[in-house]
Design a protein around this ligand. Sequence first.
Ligand code: GLU
Length: 280
Amino acid sequence: MRTRFAPSPNGPLHLGHAYAALVAHDAARTRGGAFVLRVEDIDGERSRAEFVASAFEDLEWLGLRWDEEAVFQSHRLARYAAAGERLKDMGLLYPCTCTRAEIAAAARASGPDGPVYPGTCRGRGVDGAHAAWRLDVARALALTGPLAWRDEAAGTQVATPEIFGDVVLLRKDLPASYHLAATLDDAADGVTLVTRGMDLFPASHVHRLLQALLELPVPTWLHHPLLLEADGRKLAKRRGSPALADRRAAGEDGSAIADALRAGRLPAGISLSQGLHHRP
Ligand code: GLU
């Protein structure tokens, strides 16, 4: 079995990342599997090399070793583009030039990521040269039929990717999107247990659909609770959660912090999100 930790290097890691890394690392270690590190650095504007270096040091400081050389999404753009072409050839993608504001104004429903794109550009024959490409989810589901996936904690789920509307698979500025890149990479990296935070539970519906369309192996998932601030919101550097790098620089003991997290001992004011009811 294989697990992965897949940080986006657009900021320093904090305790929530440490928790996510531990879940993936310890699942591999206790089950005799491999732990893979994948840097999700395709967000060119926000990804920074210094955050990559610092994340590596943070993980080592926490006592977490990965088993193979880390992989970088930025090295894999050709692979994402090829999958995009394949989906276009299947007639499942269409170009869209709508702005966020236009979508917000036209949306009739709200989904996991905010206003649900109402399909404005579907069938409109927009010029694809400077457009994002969206998946025609209804057409895709008609092709695959009903799909299911399994979360180790929440059990078997019927895939409902339509809750997002027609998701963007190829961004205007990039031949990929989070959904496409993460799904292709989990397959390429041989990941058999995808662990990640509950906030990404809904995304797995989309990933399951992409696996069916692209004939990829289907992993099992384990969505774990999130570390929350006293106000109930997710830990975030911008709200003042201390960076692991700062604690490391201050001489704190990383493996003691990891062991405290394992034992469920959290700093004052921080708690774990409750329950498995993260269904939309
Ligand atoms: N790169 C994502 C993040 O840092 C994680 C994606 C995933 O685990 O699928 O939130």
